[in-house]
Design a protein around this ligand. Sequence first.
Ligand code: 9QG
Length: 157
Amino acid sequence: YPQQAGGQLPFVLNPPFPYMSAIYGGSMAPGRMIFIQGFVPAGADRFHINLQCGTSTNPRSDVALHFNPRFGAKTCVRNTLKNQKWGAEERGQSHFPFNFNQNFEIIILCEANQFKVAVNGQHFIEYNHRVKNLNRIDTIAIDGKVQIHSIRFQGQS
Ligand code: 9QG
């Protein structure tokens, strides 16, 4: 992979955790994908992947996509944080694709009007953009009870 100004690479192996980093290429854009490979430890309660608008914790940056598997409820909550307030949660799902002691691969694809999320090679959910200016979505953050093995960025804008 070519080294970019700033030293960022489109592939990160065994990233520091909790993880917060710039989205490779600058921001989300239609056609861009993020591949996240990880592992759910036994007894995990929850983890989340945030695609967000900056790195600020106080006040909190807007979160365009909060993707939040919860193992108690076996539900994957999706939401957006705007002006430090959560909106309406989306919880619809055909199945809960995560299990204790199992590896997973999450693919987040950005399209013009929505994100599409696949888990383990199978389409899982769509999420209509609530942060409409995709240029603002420049940061990925991951936290909670999960191990992250790799993060890879793909696709041109
Ligand atoms: O609980 O739900 C998603 O709608 C909240 C959680 C919050 C989100 C949110 O407390 O958790 O999952 O970033 C957060 O604030 C996290 C850790 C109604």
